[in-house]
Each structure stands twice: as structure tokens, then as C-alpha cells.
Design a protein around this ligand. Structure first.
Ligand code: ADP
Ligand code: MG
Length: 231
């Protein structure tokens, strides 16, 4: 791990329109994450975890404050620029896997490379390599509905990894998995983190958070605690 902040957030505020009222969801969020860290974000449902993660992933804008990704200010970006920084730096993993149901495992993993205009032969070759790393090479031709939850999440992780992101953002990645499978997914995240990839994992499960090296607790849109878990 080095000392460079890959993610730096200063006084971020974000509101949603909710009829006449504004819903102030993030209220002056401030924290930074160094390259190679493995951080969990915890907090009750509705506390703003996904909103924050979507801002970090440049999927959503914020109203005020500053967000620097790799020391570049992420503000008022065109959709093209946002896509560029996402492709360059970020991999996403979601609770519901978000696989494309009519594409097989290999094609799902290869998808980011399709958007980067990598040729079919090369992207399928790389997809097989990443599937192999997840122990899923034999499942390359299977469709998502033929796979278990744990297998689907490993495919989603392979898809997130194939563009060699600096940061993986995972929103409740074990939320749909049983506890044994959840631990296996955390083993994979450990491996990925050991390769130097920064991980930010939203979870409301204590045992998942305890496997990360830092816990940031959100409460009603503010950071309530930021600490190193002791076990
Ligand atoms: P968490 O992930 O911690 O459960 P969210 O960030 O999803 O919380 O949501 C925080 C609050 O913002 C909730 O009250 C939610 O209903 C609201 N919210 C989230 N997304 C939107 C949206 N697109 N439009 C309006 N309100 C939203
Ligand atoms: Mg959420």
C-alpha cells in the first residue's frame, strides 16, 4: 500500500427531489482512501451508502463539495469523460449480479472489453482467463440461469476485473448469498486486494465488514465512525 489517495471526498452534499421537499441524503461527507486499501461502508438502510458509492463510481453527480479520483476532480464531466474515467479506474459489483441473461458466462465477463472495442477473439480469450482465475472455466458456456448465486457473483467479479480497475466498488455483494458463499466471495476480494486493487464494499453484515481493514459508518448521511476493526 502506498500513501497516495486514489479516492478523496471533501464536504460532499447530495439531495434528491422528493415532491415539495428536498431529501438531503449526503451531508458533508469527507474521507479518503489510499491505493490498496480495503474499506467497508456500513449503515442502516436509507443512510446513503448506495448514493455515496454511485458518486464514487461516477454513476451519479453530487450537488457540492469535491470528489477527486486519482487526483483528478470529478465534477461536471460529460458522459463521455465520465465513461472514460469509469473504464479506466472502476469496476462494479452489485448485490443482484447484473449479468445479462441472454449471454453466457464468458460473454458476460468479456462485455467491458466489447465496449473498449477489443476484438471478439481477444476478449473471449481474456474472459476465459479471468473465469479460470475464479475457478469457473468449465462454466464458460453456461447461461446465468444455470448458475448458483455464488457462481454468478464470481462471474460478476471477473467482469469487474477484466478491465484491470484500480478500484472495485461493491454494493452489498454478499447480500443475496448464504454465509458460506459470502465468505468465499470475501476470499476472492482478499486475493484481489492482495494484488493491489483498492476495494470499497458496502455491507450491513458485521462479519463481512470485519473482514475488511477499515469500517466507515454512515448514519443519516454523515460519517458517524471511521475505524479499524479489531478481532
Ligand atoms: P442505502 O444504500 O444506504 O440504503 P440510498 O443511498 O440508496 O441508501 O438511499 C438514501 C436515501 O435516498 C433513501 O431515503 C432513498 O429512498 C433516497 N433515494 C435514493 N435514490 C433516490 C433517487 N434516485 N431519487 C429519490 N430518492 C432517492
Ligand atoms: Mg443501498
Amino acid at each position: 500500500m502506498n500513501n497516495k489517495a486514489i479516492i478523496s471526498v471533501k464536504n460532499i452534499n447530495k439531495s434528491y427531489d422528493a415532491g415539495i421537499n428536498k431529501l438531503h441524503v449526503l451531508k458533508g461527507i469527507e474521507f479518503s482512501v489510499r491505493q490498496g486499501e480495503m474499506v467497508s461502508i456500513m449503515g442502516a438502510s436509507g443512510s446513503g451508502k448506495s448514493t455515496l458509492l454511485n458518486i464514487l463510481g461516477i454513476l451519479d453527480n453530487y450537488d457540492s463539495g469535491e470528489y477527486h479520483l486519482n487526483e483528478v476532480l470529478m465534477q461536471n464531466l460529460s458522459e463521455k469523460k465520465a465513461a472514460y474515467y469509469r473504464n479506466q479506474f472502476i469496476g462494479f459489483v452489485f448485490q443482484s449480479f447484473n449479468l445479462i441473461s441472454f449471454k453466457n458466462a464468458m460473454e458476460n465477463v468479456a462485455l467491458p472489453l466489447y465496449y473498449q472495442k477489443v476484438g471478439r477473439r481477444q476478449r473471449n480469450k481474456l474472459a476465459l482467463e479471468y473465469l479460470d482465475r475464479m475457478g469457473l472455466k468449465d462454466w464458460a458456456n453456461h447461461m446465468p440461469n444455470e448458475l448458483s448465486g455464488g457462481q454468478k457473483q464470481r462471474i460478476a467479479i471477473a467482469r469487474a476485473m477484466i478491465s484491470k480497475p484500480k478500484v472495485i466498488l461493491a454494493d452489498e455483494p454478499t447480500g443475496a448469498l448464504d454465509s458460506k458463499t459470502s465468505q468465499e466471495v470475501m476470499d476472492i476480494f482478499d486475493d484481489i486486494n492482495n494484488q493491489g486493487v483498492t476495494l470499497i464494499i458496502v455491507t450491513h453484515e458485521h462479519d463481512i465488514a470485519m473482514r475488511t481493514r477499515r469500517i466507515v459508518r454512515l448514519r443519516d448521511g454523515v460519517i458517524e465512525q471511521d475505524y479499524i476493526p479489531q478481532n
